[in-house]
Design a protein around this ligand. Structure first.
Ligand SMILES: CC(C)(COP(=O)(O)OP(=O)(O)OC[C@H]1O[C@@H](n2cnc3c(N)ncnc32)[C@H](O)[C@@H]1OP(=O)(O)O)[C@@H](O)C(=O)NCCC(=O)NCCS
Length: 156
């Protein structure tokens, strides 16, 4: 049986982009971006924090976030359906928080469909709190967004 110790989180490379694109396309709850948007993730002057989770040499998930000044927006997080509920999402969030601290941001925020219980559960378990909502923010289908934020405290 495989154990947690085999889960590794690392920065994404260009070689990971095809996996990330197909994984996001398989998940209707993930943010859907064009291929060129994925290619820009690692190229822009202010590159996103883009982390992948792997078990052995099998990629299982990714997270993308953008730091602007002292704020960071979590833009996408997806774990392969067959790997869900095994701690990959939580490990991606923990690694993201570490990377965001290193970039000097003080707050991570995000929005999510209110019906997305898996993501809401992950955010709550990662320490995020609900800070608002946006009525009918999403389309196809129309749905309210819940806004979450995590205030990062300075490490002792
Ligand atoms: C949200 C998502 C990334 C969670 O990934 P994951 O690897 O399954 O999450 P973890 O195993 O680390 O779970 C961490 C916690 O999240 C919560 N959680 C995860 N899946 C859940 C579910 N289906 N129902 C309720 N809570 C859930 C639980 O609190 C869980 O802790 P527990 O297992 O000790 O109870 C995954 O479900 C996913 O990829 N969903 C589709 C894409 C998506 O919705 N992305 C977010 C919007 S962009």
């Amino acid at each position: 049986m495989k154990t947690d110790t085999e889960i590794r989180i690392r920065s994404a490379t260009a070689d990971d982009l095809p996996f990330m694109i197909s994984l996001a396309h398989e998940s209707s709850a993930a943010a859907q971006w064009s291929k060129s948007t994925y290619q820009q993730l690692l190229q822009s002057e202010n590159p996103r924090i883009t982390l992948v989770a792997e078990e052995g040499d099998v990629l299982c998930g990714f997270v993308v976030a953008q730091v602007t000044g002292t704020d960071c927006e979590l833009e996408n997080i997806v774990v392969n359906e067959s790997s869900q509920r095994r701690g990959f999402g939580l490990k991606l969030m923990q690694a993201l928080i570490t990377a965001v601290r290193k970039r000097g941001a003080q707050r991570i925020f995000l929005e999510v469909r209110e019906s997305n219980t898996a993501a809401c559960g992950l955010y709550a378990k990662s320490g995020f709190v609900v800070v608002g909502n946006r009525r009918s923010y999403y389309h196809d289908p129309t749905e309210n967004a819940v806004l979450y934020a995590l205030q990062l405290r300075e490490l002792p």
